[in-house]
Structure formats: C-alpha cells, structure tokens
Write a protein that binds this ligand. Structure first.
Ligand code: GLV
Ligand code: MN
Ligand code: MN
Ligand code: MN
Length: 410
C-alpha cells in the first residue's frame, strides 16, 4: 500500500483553523499580523510542534517547521503557503497549503520514511497584502527582496507595518536577514486551492500549474472640484466620480481585450455628502496577465486612458504603482515529476495556468517551483463560500507527500 496522509486529521485541522477569525456571517478575517492572525499563527506553531517538527520563526516572521533527513547539510525540499486572509474569506485559501504541508511532514515522520534532504513546511507572513498593500511579504523577504521602505506602509487605521511587526514580536530592523542563500533550497512545491472554475469544468480533482499570472496594483487619484449639487450646471462640473465611473468601465474593456483580468476593488470618494459634487476619488486597480509583455501593455493603456479621462473632465490624475510581481513559469522538470506522481498514485490532474498569486511566485527567484491546485466548488474564492472537498484536498496533499519525497530522496 502506498503511503497516504491522514485525511480526517487534515480535514480536522482545516476546520479548527477555520474557526479563528470567523465573523458572525461565517467569513474569516485574519488580516496579516492582526490579533486573529497572531492567534492563528500560534495555533499553527503548536500544530508544527505536535507533528514532531523543529520549529523556528525567521526574521520576517515566517514560521518554519523542519524535519531532518539523512543529510543535515543537503538543501531543503520546501512546501509552504499562508494563513493570513482577505476580508470575509474562506477557510481554504492558503490554509490548505500550510496544513497539508504539516500533515505531509507528520506522515513522513510517523511512517519513518527515509529521505536524504531535510523537509520544511513554511507558513509565510502576509501573502495577501490586503492590510499593508504589499503581497508575498514574507516569501519575498526569504527570496532576498525585503525593502525597508515597506515598513512605512500603513493599514486603514494608520498602524504601520513597522508597528504591527513590533506588536507581533518581530524585530523589523532584522527582517532582511530572512533571506536564504541560493542553493539552500532544492525545490519548492506549493499546494493551493484553484480559486477558479477550470478543474470543476474539466471534472478533475487536481491541476498542475505550468505558469502563474503576474500582477500590478495601482493607486489612482482623480482630483476635481467640489460644488453645489443643485446650482452647478452639468456642463460646468469637475466631478471626480464621473471620471472614476468611466475609468472602471474602460478598465473592464481593456482587460477583456488583452485576455487578462482587471479589478477595481476599493474606491473612496470625498467629501461624501448627498448634495455635494465629489472633488476627489481614490481607487485601486489590480490587473493581471500571464505574459509580461501583455501586462506592461495593459499598464501603458491604463495610464493613457486615465489621463485622457482626466483631461476631458478638467481634472488632475495621479497614478502610482504600489505593488506587483512578474508572471513566472513553473519548473518543467518538477511539473513532469508531479504528473508521474499523479499517475503512480492514481490521481487525475491536468496542466493549467494559474490566475491567482501565490508565495511560489516569490520563491521562484530562489529555486525551482511546482504548484499543485485543488478543485474549488463553483470556482468561488476570496469569499466565505469558498469550498473544496475532503477528498480533493486529501488528493492534493497525497500528491504533495509523494512529490516532496521523490525530490528529497535523490
Ligand atoms: C492573492 O490571494 C491573490 O492572488 O490576490
Ligand atoms: Mn488569497
Ligand atoms: Mn492564497
Ligand atoms: Mn494568493
């Protein structure tokens, strides 16, 4: 009988972690390093210990559980993901990768399976980037891309990343030391829910990513003039919201034309009164594509569109790029090894491009990456209705188990 993870135990840990940060409506709110996220981090820390792993927290707050192999100096085979969430999230995004990673290492230890390379499971700090506007924060720090500038970023309550790290007992001045030397990681394999509809449409439990979309985040500010809602003729207005409304529609068209995606996810207008023309609108754009060239073109077209809308309505516009990551390709070698593993343990999986962002993108600059995806019910994610079945999650975890062992045994 092939080794398998303990399905019920994995499901139980998913259910338990899903209780931390749960709102009365059933959505999960664990914005990075907030009180609920800190609670979840200590829960995961305890789970890693219970699994018999040696646990440490690196200088960027990444929690690392490790199981030594026969050779202590060999490069590690790593899996990981995140437990911070967006607002009103589901319980699978990120959590599955961390908990399945712990389950995999626990299974290897319990069964006493021999392996040459050490195995690690990492719970990365702040993958979502919702609270401070910086995605892949912990994984980028590990990849040597930490920027001290990030510490100035503030959340919506004015708390800076610097303050949040100190509150979490992470010394911000040391964060760049989380960088790991190239060559210290043999391979990185991440398990994540698909967050889309491809696998469900194909009636398959799992997917193997060949590439992951890049993204850019923009902050846009239209500035016009506030005025009286009753006396200002329509032709004489400098209404910032009208430009923003046109921009939102134009951005949708542009994304459709380019074959990528674009989303205006936050929008704030001022002064915000029923009888006053809005003089300022600030909004964000998240746009993504699998091709770096198309991503760059989308950005150029957006800037041109925003400028011409502002000009036409007598407004000013400021556009700043606040975050981003380039598209990456997954290792062909790892992906074909994953395909073989699926065949040998009897799990059906298909190759696919992944539209969501993952810590694997950041780790790509350190080592080869592979990404295993698990079917999402109705493709829903970043929402409390996010769901993947026990069977599909466990299939994904079994692929992770066997693929980590294959790499670590060489
Ligand atoms: C992160 O979850 C992202 O893909 O936005
Ligand atoms: Mn997410
Ligand atoms: Mn995620
Ligand atoms: Mn993500």
């Amino acid at each position: 009988m092939e080794a398998r993870i303990n399905r019920e135990r994995l499901w139980h840990t998913l259910s338990e972690l899903g209780l931390i940060g749960r709102s009365p409506t059933g959505g999960i709110n664990r914005l990075s390093l907030d009180a609920q996220d800190l609670l979840a981090r200590s829960h995961v820390h305890a789970l890693m210990l219970e699994a018999g792993l040696s646990v440490r927290q690196d200088e960027a707050g990444n929690l690392i559980g490790r199981l030594e192999g026969d050779c202590i100096d060999a490069p590690a085979v790593i899996t990981g993901s995140h437990i911070d969430t967006v607002t009103e999230a589901g319980k699978f995004d990120g959590a599955l990768g961390v908990l399945a990673g712990i389950e995999v290492l626990r299974t290897v230890k319990e069964l006493g399976v021999k392996h040459h390379c050490p195995l690690e499971v990492i719970c990365f700090t702040d993958e979502e980037g919702v609270r401070f506007g910086i995605g892949y924060l912990g994984s980028r720090a590990m990849a040597g891309e930490w920027s001290p500038e990030w510490l100035k970023a503030k959340d919506k309550d004015g708390i800076s990343l610097n303050e949040a790290m100190i509150q979490a007992d992470i010394d911000p001045s040391l964060a760049e030391r989380a960088a790991r030397p190239a060559g210290s990681i043999r391979a990185y394999l991440e398990l994540h829910i698909e967050q889309g509809r491809v696998l469900e449409d194909a009636n398959l439990p799992c997917g193997l990513a060949t590439a992951i979309y890049g993204y850019r985040w923009l902050l846009v500010k239209f500035k016009g003039h506030a005025d009286h809602a009753g006396t200002t003729p329509m032709a004489l207005r400098r209404d910032a919201l009208l430009a923003a409304a046109e921009a939102v529609i134009a951005i949708e068209k542009l994304a459709i034309r380019s074959g990528g995606t674009a989303t205006v996810g936050t929008l704030k207008l001022s002064p915000g009164a029923v009888n006053v023309i809005p003089d300022e609108v600030i909004f964000t754009i998240d746009y993504r594509h699998s091709s770096i060239q198309a991503l760059t073109e989308m950005g150029q077209q957006m800037e041109t569109t925003l400028e011409s809308l502002a000009f036409r309505r007598g407004l000013t516009v400021e556009v700043s790029e606040t975050d981003g990551a380039t598209p990456v390709t997954c290792s062909e070698q790892l992906t074909s090894m994953l395909t073989e593993v699926c065949g040998s343990i009897g799990i059906k999986a298909m190759p696919m491009v992944c539209g969501a962002g993952h810590d694997a993108v950041a780790i790509h600059s350190l080592t080869e990456i592979g990404l295993i995806l698990v079917r999402s019910k109705d493709g829903i994610s970043h929402h409390r209705e996010e769901w993947s079945s026990l069977e599909d999650c466990s299939d994904g975890a079994d692929i992770l188990l066997h693929s980590m062992l294959r790499v670590a045994q060489k």
